[in-house]
Design a binder for this molecule. Sequence first.
Ligand SMILES: Nc1ncnc2c1ncn2[C@@H]1O[C@H](COP(=O)(O)OP(=O)(O)O)[C@@H](O)[C@H]1O
Ligand SMILES: [Mg+2]
Length: 145
Amino acid sequence: MQFTECTIELLEEKSYLLARRITQPTCILLWGAVGAGKTVFARAFIRSYYENEALEVVSPTFTIVQTYFGHEECPSKEKLDIWHFDLYRIENEREVHELDLREVLDDNICIIEWPDRLQEISAQRVVNVYLNVIDEKYRDLAIQL
Ligand SMILES: Nc1ncnc2c1ncn2[C@@H]1O[C@H](COP(=O)(O)OP(=O)(O)O)[C@@H](O)[C@H]1O
Ligand SMILES: [Mg+2]
């Protein structure tokens, strides 16, 4: 796997480019420690996908999931819904079942922070994004399509 050293601007740019390529339901798994930049990556992705730089994307740390509806965020184009999860607070698989994650995966774009909370992820298309902290300004980033 090839890692690239990224400033926040480059990391956002890589996320933008990924979002431009996604046209089918896809599960994007964001791997990395607290503060690695998972939410930064997700925010850039969602803004790019809906072609709206100003779209408010809050971290789902407390809500566990935030949902964006394609027909609301980008009515002029046929865009999928995005479910942005932060599973940090999930303590067992049963809580994940209560979120209906499995049903959601088939028809939507799912962006999942803390995917290690899940035992397995059965989605047709999975993109793995790995983030490692180098220092305050730099992150190592690898995107595995
Ligand atoms: N190169 C970088 N890439 C991403 N975030 C960075 C970078 N350098 C500094 N940061 C900062 O690190 C923090 C990452 O926070 P966040 O995306 O919420 O992390 P996570 O969701 O992984 O816990 C932000 O405050 C961001 O400004
Ligand atoms: Mg986060």
